[in-house]
Write a protein that binds this ligand. Structure first.
Ligand code: SF4
Ligand code: SF4
Length: 436
């Protein structure tokens, strides 16, 4: 059974990208001290491999990934490890390595390899070593997907749709790094003997489309195509995108790799380019700092480990009033309170909105809009009622673990019911029950 419904149209929501979409990425100031949480990704935290007083360079390994789902973490500046402490991060409390910067910018590169003769195994090990995580917001270690063999892969789909409102990280990446993006796609296609590669991109992103198109022609790259998507939310979800681009259905419980497809976000692909062609680990990323409550919204190239408060200052500070701070976009992002936490590999957007009084939930009017608009054909209100009634055991029957957390049901509900919140809470309770 296909995970996604055939008739799903998507929501037409305001994209609110005007404030930053035409702003060139600026290099953010590099602070004196940088903070590296050992948990910047889905999976197990990395293990600290340095000690206080150690000298480090840009690219020196600070935390090493364990077996299983985890990621290496590297220093983004040079000089000294001054502290290792427990502190808060976007992923909760975690061990944090603090590095003081001497601004000498000394660098340590990934080990040398023969770029002409890369096998899929070697290629995925480079991604692993460079500590690259999926940069679309989920923070999944990118090497896991690339562990596929040549014979298993047919298509490469690059996600450039960036459907979250406000965010222009991927958009600017496609405009400013189109050469690098096409170069690495071409190499991946050769390594994995890919038949066709597609860059999926929303049709209103005209400048990015023309930059990529020009590069495909410049590099005489064969079998790389731009696939224009209409601008509805949530076009950026991996499985949904595969269905739209290739017409291949992803079944419940399947991943893209199970149907012969390699898939990466466009910013992840740029990070892979830097690892393969420049032997650089993932130590910086583009972040969109935006929203009506920041004085000077920008796209910034930020060293990982920079504090949120430094970026706020660099963007002219916050306006007066009560502010809601969100890590990510308004649909799938998470609110946070503490400005003194560092940005990590997973931070795409820092959004500053005027704090609205939380709307009081009203009674369900049984309009069925949440059901009709769910891309994976769930019944959000029934799932919510199961949570309220303590029926955690109904998770398998209601397929609530198939929820892709798109937030459409909450957005569309006229009774202002926090449906997604309840679905996530129910799934959490079910997991706890199973592990008991
Ligand atoms: S967040 Fe709501 S609409 Fe989106 S997949 Fe989950 S239940 Fe469906
Ligand atoms: S959209 Fe809201 S009001 Fe309508 S059925 Fe769903 S929960 Fe009830």
């Amino acid at each position: 059974m296909s995970l996604f419904r055939d008739d799903f149209k998507g929501l037409d929501i305001p994209n609110n990208k005007e404030a930053t979409k035409d702003k060139v990425v600026e290099i953010a100031n590099i602070p004196k001290r940088l903070y590296f949480p050992m948990s910047m990704h889905i999976g197990a935290p990395a293990n600290v491999v340095v000690k206080e007083g150690d000298a480090v360079k840009i690219g020196t390994l600070l935390g090493s990934s364990d077996e299983g789902i985890s990621t290496n973490i590297h220093s983004s500046v040079s000089r000294t490890v001054v502290k290792i402490e427990e502190d808060s991060s976007f992923r909760g409390e975690s061990e944090v390595v603090v590095v003081e910067n001497d601004y000498k910018e000394e660098k340590e590169y990934l080990k040398e390899f023969d770029i002409e003769n890369l096998t899929p195994e070697k290629f995925s090990s480079i991604i692993d070593e460079a500590g690259i995580t999926g940069k679309g917001g989920a923070g999944f270690p990118a090497s896991v997907k690339y562990k596929m063999g040549k014979e298993e892969t047919r298509f490469l789909v690059i996600n450039g749709s960036e459907c979250e409102p406000y965010s222009t990280t991927d958009y600017r990446c496609m405009i400013e790094y189109s050469e690098e993006i096409i170069k690495i796609i071409d190499l991946i296609a050769k390594i994995y003997t890919i038949e066709e590669s597609y860059i999926a991109i929303e049709d209103h992103m005209t400048e990015a489309i023309s930059c990529l198109d020009k590069e495909i022609k410049n590099q005489k790259a064969e079998n790389i195509y731009i696939h224009k998507l209409s601008s509805e939310y949530p076009q950026g979800h991996a499985g949904l995108q595969i269905q739209k681009v290739l017409g291949i259905e992803i079944e419940e419980g399947q991943r893209s790799g199970d149907v012969g497809i390699l898939q990466s976000n466009v910013s992840t692909i740029k990070a892979i380019h830097d690892a393969v062609f420049e032997r650089k680990s993932l130590i910086k990323r583009i972040i969109t700092v935006t929203g009506p409550m920041i004085n000077d919204p920008k796209n910034l190239m930020v060293r990982i480990g920079t504090l949120v408060e430094d970026l706020i200052e660099e963007c002219g500070g916050l306006k007066d009033g009560e502010i809601e701070m969100i890590n990510g976009g308004p649909m799938m992002g998470r609110a946070f309170e503490d400005k003194s936490i560092p940005v990590d590999k997973d931070t795409t957007t820092l959004l500053f909105l005027e704090k609205q009084e939380k709307k009081k939930e009203k009674n369900c009017i049984r309009c069925a809009r949440c059901v009709d608009n769910c891309p994976v054909a769930l019944q959000p209100i029934i799932i919510r009622n199961s949570f309220i009634n303590g029926r955690y055991d109904r998770v398998p029957e209601l397929r609530s673990e198939s929820c892709i957390s798109c937030g459409v049901c909450t957005y569309i509900c006229p009774a202002d019911i926090s449906l997604l919140e309840s679905i996530q809470a129910l799934n959490k309770k079910w997991k706890e029950m199973k592990n008991d």
